[in-house]
Design a protein around this ligand. Structure first.
Ligand SMILES: NC(=O)c1ccc[n+]([C@@H]2O[C@H](COP(=O)([O-])OP(=O)(O)OC[C@H]3O[C@@H](n4cnc5c(N)ncnc54)[C@H](OP(=O)(O)O)[C@@H]3O)[C@@H](O)[C@H]2O)c1
Length: 268
């Protein structure tokens, strides 16, 4: 069973299809678009694969006050969904945490506390909750993978990215800490940095609007080898999950041909 938290038509659905082709039952979770969720499930079934879809906000928890959080609350949507999947579908072998935390480019004074907190919930806290609930189970079963999609903001803070960079930087460090604790239990944690725009209509497409998104697609196609292709990313997730334990990748760093890497100052 593969659980994909954040399964839009970009990386999420592409990873789902790759694992479905490999014989896994895929569980797709997304927040709001029930029509597209259904379409993704039907597409996988039409290919002869097995898929189940759930609509859920993965950031919802019993209390927003950190002093009164009910630890490992199996009534919370994400935790109770994991229970449900493991009871009705089967043990989760691979979890993909694919929620972005981009709230758009906002300078510090335009970033509200609420937006910053939402960025943290998407970027870091949701992953912490997934890991806290699932990794002990994977460890008890002696194996599994947690594959975490990430972005340039995990590696570098930039103008207008206070919330995004703090959230994604936390995501990368959390992955390092999870690796340190769970690799010895045969759970492979990988942090996949995507340092270019992705051909993802449900995230980047909606953020930019159709017209700008089409223009970006064309510009990248002619000058840079195309936007990052979710199908190609999905092939790498499959590869990461199948690496031998003697040779695990912790971090991948991907970008389209011709896009400058995050560590190049010429992009600033
Ligand atoms: N797109 C880019 O240009 C880009 C660039 C660099 C890195 N990344 C990284 O790539 C990952 C996302 O991949 P993608 O852009 O290809 O997206 P995608 O897989 O096409 O879609 C992600 C889905 O996550 C769902 N989602 C958002 N918030 C959620 C929540 N609170 N609970 C449950 N589901 C939620 C949304 O569902 P609904 O649509 O149903 O609300 C969205 O469609 C992120 O980690 C991001 O940081 C993306």
């Amino acid at each position: 069973v593969v659980l994909i938290v954040g399964a839009g038509r970009g990386i999420g659905a592409a990873v789902a299809k790759r694992f479905a082709r490999g014989g896994y039952h895929v569980v797709l979770v997304r927040r709001s678009d029930s029509a597209q969720l259904k379409a993704s499930v039907c597409e996988i079934e039409a290919m002869g694969g097995r898929a189940t879809g759930f609509l859920m906000d993965a950031t919802t928890a019993s209390s927003s006050s950190s002093s009164t959080y009910n630890e490992n609350n199996n009534q919370d949507p994400l935790e109770s969904l994991i229970d449900k999947i493991e009871t009705t579908v089967g043990p989760v072998h691979v979890a993909v945490y694919n929620l972005g935390a981009q709230i758009g480019s906002r300078r510090l004074q335009e970033t509200s506390r609420k937006q910053f907190e939402l960025g943290w919930k998407l970027g870091t806290f949701g992953l912490f909750r997934l890991a806290k609930y699932l990794l002990p189970r994977m460890a008890a079963r002696s194996g599994g993978s947690l594959l975490v999609t990430s972005s340039t903001a995990a590696m570098r803070g930039d103008m207008g990215q206070a919330s995004h960079a703090a959230a994604m930087g936390g995501r990368q460090r959390l992955c390092q800490a999870l690796h340190a604790e769970y690799a010895r239990h045969n759970v492979h944690i990988a942090h996949i940095v995507i340092d270019s725009p992705v051909d993802s209509p449900d995230t980047l497409g909606k953020l930019l609007g159709d017209e700008h998104f089409d223009k970006l697609r064309q510009d990248f196609q002619t000058k840079r080898g195309g936007l990052v292709d979710p199908k190609a990313v999905a092939g790498l997730y499959w590869y990461l999950h199948h690496q031998p334990p003697s040779t695990w990748t912790f971090e991948l760093d991907l970008r389209s041909r011709g896009d400058m890497p995050w560590w190049s100052s010429s992009r600033l």
